[in-house]
Design a protein around this ligand. Structure first.
Ligand code: GCU
Length: 594
């Protein structure tokens, strides 16, 4: 009886989830490359109401009513200014720790045009978002790090339009990430908001990358959204002498394969080509790089040549201002810090970071491991959570599939080995490959067996992956069982491993002897990096490293009031960007690998 009920319950949950994610009120499939289109930015000063007791829906705040006669009163009003994009925690000291609901309002003028369609596009909002236009609900979106859009063609009014958005950042067991993640829960509309105008039949999506394993053959497709299925799409890459005409089918798709003699993208020469897609009604442009990435035995091959990934992890945060990174200048600050370290690779922990950062990383010659925030304690038996995880994976790939700098999609971080987990993540790896067969699929593991000074790497899920990450804090969370240089790693997986996390904490300016971790001193962290590098040199199947972490970052889980006080101090750089001694150790190591 029990198992029957469980089966019934899980099927019911899947049905509920399908309604939730595919109902007209949930965000539609957002269009590719919003910045390459006819957009009007809604960034700037919005007005907000902090909904302390979550009464907004009961009060119908989305109607933004005004008292009409002296005897009437309305118990809410939008007066407090709030910048968009930004997190609210860093904008108002009362909201520093706020995890809850905030209502945003923005008015804009518009003119309805025959034959045109209008969309409202959000780069991201953390975590649960409801969107209303002129008092009418457009829909909702769940997830803090991926885009969503709503078509507003019919809801748009000539003249003034009132956009009202509620964002709720409360952590929940069934959210992704769930409850106790090790980074700050910045809430709000944290990325750009735009109005996008398109023709009636518009180029909604496209995928233009080299075919898996090829260095000169492109396998592309284009999707046109609209009723006119006679549309022809012109695909041109002038600098590569490409000019193709595609005819869409009844579902709006057109596919094409063609050869081209590209100068291939590499970290040293991050060559990009201007790609133009046009119909008789519109032109969409973007810069796209072309490279091949594959695994051959223990090697990762970039354009057919073995590559070693000299990386670093970072969160999407401007630590010195304790806020979410949002602008191009923010992205450049973080990415330049990685370049200064000698990196050719970054792991954008632990969620899809902003589209401007990913695009800039490609321009700067940084390969990327991008991941969804399936971070630690995930209930793999809960179909509601699994549906959300799949949705987030699809959103991440949908947004960034044309970014050749992304070489790895990662589906989870530090999940607990179990049959449910292996089944779910094996399916998600298959989904990954079906959406994008050109990239490597990975995951980061931390529950690996050690016996004496030997680490045995053979997580069951890793067999389904192209590469895998190991998070191992030798000398920090676990003491050295023996001299670092005597550590050995064994694996039957016969595939490339990336040490996706290692390191330890130090508070910048704390100095002392190198053998006392308890003082959070720079000398200990410096020795830790020297020791870990000794260990890394002993791993015959190691093909990349991403130490944890580039900058100190905010985390409510870090409670040592003397050295942490809400900061995770594993940064190679302090929150103010000051180089700790360990920074120089890693820099020298990367130099030595040239
Ligand atoms: C974990 C986790 C990180 C965390 C880090 C730490 O491995 O992946 O998100 O911040 O270790 O403990 O500092």
């Amino acid at each position: 009886m029990y198992s029957f009920n469980r089966l019934l319950l899980s099927n019911l949950a899947i049905v509920l989830l399908l309604v939730f994610t595919s109902s007209p009120t949930s965000a539609q499939n957002f269009m590719t490359n919003p910045s390459g289109r006819n957009t009007n930015s809604l960034n700037g000063t919005w007005k907000v109401i902090i909904d302390w007791y979550n009464r907004g829906n009961q009060l119908k705040i989305y109607q933004d009513r005004k008292a009409k006669k002296p005897t009437e009163f309305v118990e809410y009003s939008f007066n407090q200014p709030m910048q968009v994009p930004s997190d609210w925690n860093s904008q108002d000291p009362h909201l520093f720790m706020w995890e809850g609901n905030v209502w945003y309002k923005k008015e804009f003028t518009a003119t309805r045009k025959a034959g045109k369609r209008t969309f409202i596009y959000f780069g991201a909002a953390n975590y649960l978002t409801e969107v209303y236009l002129n008092g009418k609900k457009l829909g909702s979106h769940e997830g803090g790090f991926t885009p969503f859009q709503f078509e507003i063609t019919d809801a748009l009014q000539d003249g003034t339009n009132k956009l009202i958005v509620s964002v709720n950042s409360q952590r929940k067991e069934e959210s992704i990430p769930a409850m106790n993640y090790d980074w700050w829960n910045y809430g709000g509309i944290t990325r750009d908001v735009s109005l996008i105008e398109t023709p009636a039949n518009f180029i909604e999506d496209y995928f233009i990358q080299l075919k898996k394993g090829s260095q000169n053959e492109v396998e592309a497709w284009v999707k046109v959204n609209g009723l006119d299925k006679s549309k022809k799409v012109n695909l041109s890459i002038p600098a590569a002498g490409i000019n193709k005409v595609l005819e869409i089918d009844t579902s709006g798709y057109a596919r094409i394969t063609f050869k081209a003699d590209f100068k291939l993208w590499t970290p040293e020469t991050p060559k990009q080509y201007e790609v133009t897609l046009s119909t008789d009604e519109e032109t969409v442009k973007e810069s796209i790089g072309f490279r091949s990435i594959e695994v051959k035995g223990l090697d990762i091959l970039l354009n057919g040549k073995p590559v070693f990934l000299k990386g670093v992890n970072f969160h999407e945060e401007i630590a010195k201002e304790m806020r979410r990174a949002t602008s191009d200048a923010d992205a450049r600050l973080i990415l330049q810090s990685a370049k200064d370290l000698g990196c050719n690779f970054i792991r954008t922990a632990h969620y899809p970071q902003s589209e401007n950062l990913v695009k800039m990383a490609e321009e700067m010659g940084l390969m990327i491991w991008e991941e969804i925030p399936l971070w630690q304690g995930i209930q793999f038996g809960n179909p509601i959570i699994l549906g959300k995880a799949e949705f987030m994976l699809r959103e991440m790939i949908r947004r960034d599939k044309n970014r050749c700098s992304i070489i790895i999609w990662s589906i989870s971080n530090e999940t607990t080995p179990a049959p449910d987990r292996d089944r779910v993540l094996t399916n998600m790896a298959a989904t990954c490959r079906s959406l994008d067969p050109t990239r490597l699929v990975s995951s980061a593991f931390n529950q690996i067996k050690m016996n004496g000074n030997t680490t045995y790497v053979n997580d069951t899920l890793a067999r389904q992956l192209d590469v895998y990450g190991i998070n191992r804090y030798m000398g920090w969370y676990s003491p050295w069982p023996d001299k670092p240089g005597t550590m050995t790693f064994k694996s039957e997986l016969n595939k490339p491993m990336i040490m996706s996390e290692f390191g330890g904490e130090a508070k910048y300016g704390n100095h002392g002897n190198a053998d006392s971790a308890g003082l959070w001193n720079e000398e200990y962290q410096e020795q830790l990096y020297k020791d870990n590098i000794q260990m890394l040199k002993n791993i015959p199947f190691l093909r990349g490293i991403t130490p944890w972490v580039l900058y100190d970052f905010r985390s409510p889980t870090r409670l040592n009031s003397e050295n942490q006080f809400g900061w995770n101090r594993k940064g190679l750089l302090s929150d103010k960007g000051e180089k700790k001694k360990a920074w120089y150790v890693l820099k020298a190591f990367y130099e030595s690998l040239k």
